[in-house]
Structures are given as structure tokens and as C-alpha cells.
Ligand binder design. Structure first.
Ligand code: ARG
Length: 460
């Protein structure tokens, strides 16, 4: 019968309460595939290097593959008594192939094994996140391309500030998610260090071949210091911190959608598929999905604080506290993945309301900056131009007129530099098309940005 692997030194069995408390199998069974992949590579290497015989190695590999099938068919008897995924699989292996199964753990410890499983798992998870970011980026780009003529107010301090193209606005989010993607790719570089071979922390006396294991598992390199290898969870902290920044972006966009779908803004219709009704107020359509996306950000931030706090006081090398890294890691992965999935679908289904966006550009002196720029263009120092325009705006406000409704002689009361041509500068179209500086909102700029973004994403 399979006993706990440290059984030799102990006279009494672990207390039931302690057993329950320390088991992580409920969570870490998610790592079964990575655990088996790692064990298969390790067993092959043990056979190739002659640490065990080729025959033994083959037997172990076959047994592991059978276990994989068993887990996938839902027939694997996970047992709390065997703590975690590593011991559960090892126990089953010995049940299936006999004592030779016990040779799998030669030159290995659960300390380097878990580091490997987590790296493999995250590598996959990040691959999926990166794909989802691509899907979301494509939504922004498609939309920007198809709606190039939609205008809207840009806000600063949530006050109407300047006219911009909606496409430009959405491409701002494209830039954010592109940086998130870059951060994940960068994070992958550090995840991609193969830890197996560190043993419990000091290395191993067996003539193992770490490079061979790395090659089989598709790692470009192996970790350099066995102590660091079993102590390090930076790669998880980095993944969560990258995710926290992405979640912040998701949350800001969701916040916009919550605001924009209110009657006060009325810029978008999120559609029946992404809103819910109120159980008491029949007229309501609530942006619950956008709100939940915003809310789930808190969970990711919490996970970041959790992993950082978990690690901050630990002396080297491995400490059992580190088993607690799974919850924040899985929770972050699940939250980010499901958030990106639903956000992409919601954006795809969102109907923008160009008429209302345009309406929001009236009665707000939104082209006042253009007026100041006009004067500055005629040689007036900008500070003075700002002052003159401010007075002109105050005058127009008092008269209850928009800037465009003033006549030239009214303007000239404030500066003799005003000429008839000024009115072209202060239309919405005039304002937008004048913003030709690189990155600005002029139509041709935004078209170029869209085109570049499209080419970038095609290479992702
Ligand atoms: N379940 C453990 C974890 O997740 C695996 C490593 C256990 N190592 C040990 N020395 N008890 O961290």
C-alpha cells in the first residue's frame, strides 16, 4: 500500500484536521496535465541518462499516459489524504505499475516539480490571454475603420473639452491593450526558464541532463540557481501585476460604457444581450456586465496584494506558505480570461449613437481652443490668446449664442486679428481636421493609425 512518502520517519499519522487544512488537491488538480508532461519528460531523461533503465522509464511513461486518460475521463480517484496533485499521481502510478513507479521521483523534489507545473500552466494561460487580446484589438480596429466619420466630445475632468473622432478614441484603448500584450510577452520570457533539476533546493547528485528536459518541454533555457529556483514566485507576481494593469484598462473601458449607456450621455446601446432588467423598476436596463467587469478588477488587485504579501517575509528557500500561490494565480487567470471574452463580445454588440455624440458637441463652446489657436497662429502669444478667447466665450454665454453664431464684428470687439475666415476654424469638422500633429485626431491621421494597427495585429 502507498504510504505518504515521508512515512519512514513518523510514528503517528497526521491529524485529520491538519490533513484537511494542508491539502491543496482541490485546487491543484488543475495542474494535472502539466504535472504529467513534466513527469514524462523527467522519466525519459532518467532513462536516457541511465539513472534508471530504459525499460523502467518506458513503463513509467506508459503508466503516466494511462493516468492522464483516467483523469480526462473523470475516473481518477483524487484523495485529500495525498495532499496535492504530485502525490496523488505518484500514488496512482505505483498502484498501476507497481514499485517501479516509485523511481519516478529520483532526482526530483516536489519543490522543483511545482515550480515546473506552474510555469507550464501559466505559459499556456498567457498564450490564451494573448489570443483574446488579439480578438479584442480587432474589434477596436474594425470599428474604427467602419465609423471613421463619427465625432464626439473628448472629455477632460469629465467636462467636454475638444471634438475628436470616435475611432481615435477607441484606438486609444487599442494602444493600452497592445502594451498589455507586450507586458505579457515580456513576462513569458522569465516564465520560460526550466526549473526541474533544482531538487529540494541544493541540486541533485544524479547525473541528470537538464538541457534535455528543457528541450523536451520546449524551454529555451534552464534556471541558473537551484536555491532561487525553488524559492522564486516572481513569475507569478509578475503575471498578476501585468494582469492588474490590464484589468485597470478593462475597468476604465467598462466605466465609459456604464456612463455612456446612461440616459445622461446616451452614447451607446449595449443591447439586450449585455444588460439586465430590474426586478422592481420595469423601465430599467442595467449595464450589469460592464459593472461586473469593473468590479472584478478588485479581485485581480486583491490577488496581487495576496501574492506579494505571501512572499514578502519568507526566508529562502521553499516554504509551505508558497502553496497558497495557486489561488491568486488561478483566480487571476480565470478572471482575466472570462473578462476579455465577454468584453470582446459586448463591444462587438454595442451600438454607438452618432447623433447623440454629435449633439453633445453643441452648446459647450467646445471649439474655444481652436479660437485661441487661431489667434496664436496670427502671432498673438498663446497666453494672451487664451485670455481673449475666455472673454469672448463669456460674452457668447451671456448672449446665449454658440461661438459659430457670433458675427465677425462681435468677435472683433475682442481682437482686431479676427477675420471672416475664422469661422472655418471653429466648426467641428474644421477643429478635427486641423489636428494633424502626429497622433492627433485629424481624419487622415486616424485612418493611418487604423491601417498601422491592422498591420500590427496581423502579425500577432
Ligand atoms: N503542494 C506543494 C505546493 O504547492 C508542493 C510542494 C510541496 N513541497 C514540500 N516540501 N512540502 O507548494
Amino acid at each position: 500500500m502507498f504510504k505518504k512518502p515521508w512515512g519512514g520517519r513518523f510514528k503517528k499519522k497526521i491529524h485529520k484536521a491538519a490533513e484537511r487544512f494542508s491539502a491543496s488537491i482541490d485546487l491543484d488538480k488543475r495542474l494535472y496535465l502539466e504535472d504529467i508532461e513534466g513527469s514524462v519528460a523527467h522519466a525519459i531523461m532518467l532513462g536516457q541518462t541511465g539513472i534508471i533503465t530504459e525499460k523502467e522509464s518506458e513503463k513509467i511513461v506508459k503508466g503516466l499516459k494511462r493516468i492522464q486518460k483516467e483523469i480526462e475521463a473523470g475516473n481518477f480517484p483524487f484523495e485529500e489524504e495525498f495532499e496535492d496533485i504530485h502525490l496523488n499521481i505518484e500514488k496512482r502510478l505505483i498502484e498501476k505499475i507497481g514499485d517501479v513507479g516509485g523511481k519516478l521521483h529520483t532526482a526530483r523534489s516536489r519543490n522543483d516539480q511545482i515550480a515546473l507545473d506552474e510555469r507550464l500552466y501559466l505559459r499556456r494561460g498567457i498564450g490564451e490571454i494573448i489570443n483574446l487580446i488579439k480578438g479584442l484589438a480587432e474589434e477596436f480596429i474594425n470599428f474604427a475603420e467602419k465609423n471613421i466619420d463619427v465625432v464626439m466630445p473628448l472629455y477632460t475632468h469629465l467636462q467636454r473639452a475638444q471634438p475628436v473622432l470616435l475611432s481615435h478614441y477607441l484606438l486609444a484603448y487599442y494602444e493600452m491593450f497592445k502594451r498589455d500584450r507586450d507586458r505579457y510577452l515580456d513576462c513569458l520570457k522569465r516564465i520560460n526558464d526550466m526549473p526541474l533539476g533544482a531538487g529540494a533546493g541544493a541540486g541533485t547528485p544524479f547525473p541528470i541532463d537538464r538541457d534535455y528536459v528543457a528541450e523536451m518541454l520546449n524551454f529555451p533555457q534552464v534556471t541558473k540557481n537551484s536555491i532561487d529556483t525553488v524559492s522564486d514566485r516572481d513569475f507569478i507576481a509578475e503575471f498578476i501585476s501585468t494582469s492588474a494593469i490590464l484589468a485597470m484598462h478593462v475597468s476604465r473601458l467598462s466605466e465609459e460604457l456604464v456612463l455612456w449607456s446612461s440616459k445622461e450621455f446616451d452614447f451607446v446601446d449595449l443591447g439586450d444581450e449585455f444588460t439586465t432588467g430590474s426586478s422592481i423598476m420595469p423601465q430599467k436596463r442595467n449595464p450589469d456586465i460592464a459593472e461586473l467587469l469593473r468590479g472584478k478588477t478588485g479581485r485581480v488587485y486583491g490577488n496581487l496584494v495576496s501574492i506579494l504579501t505571501l512572499m514578502k517575509g519568507l526566508p529562502l528557500s521553499y516554504n509551505r506558505d508558497m502553496q497558497e500561490d495557486k489561488e491568486p494565480m488561478f483566480s487571476t487567470l480565470d478572471t482575466v480570461t472570462s473578462s476579455l471574452e465577454v468584453l470582446t463580445q459586448m463591444i462587438r454588440n454595442t451600438k454607438f449613437k452618432p447623433e447623440n455624440m454629435k449633439k453633445a458637441l453643441t452648446n459647450s463652446f467646445i471649439t474655444a481652443t481652436d479660437l485661441a489657436d487661431y489667434l496664436a497662429g496670427k502671432g498673438m502669444p498663446f497666453r494672451q490668446a487664451h485670455e481673449v478667447t475666455g472673454k469672448l466665450v463669456a460674452y457668447a454665454e451671456k448672449k446665449g449664442k454658440e461661438l459659430l453664431k457670433l458675427n465677425i464684428s462681435e468677435m472683433q470687439m475682442f481682437s482686431s486679428l479676427f477675420e471672416e475666415g475664422v469661422f472655418e476654424f471653429i466648426t467641428i469638422e474644421g477643429s478635427i481636421s486641423s489636428r494633424k500633429s502626429y497622433g492627433g485626431t485629424a481624419r487622415e491621421n486616424v485612418l493611418k493609425m487604423t491601417d498601422e494597427a491592422k498591420k500590427e495585429v496581423a502579425k500577432w
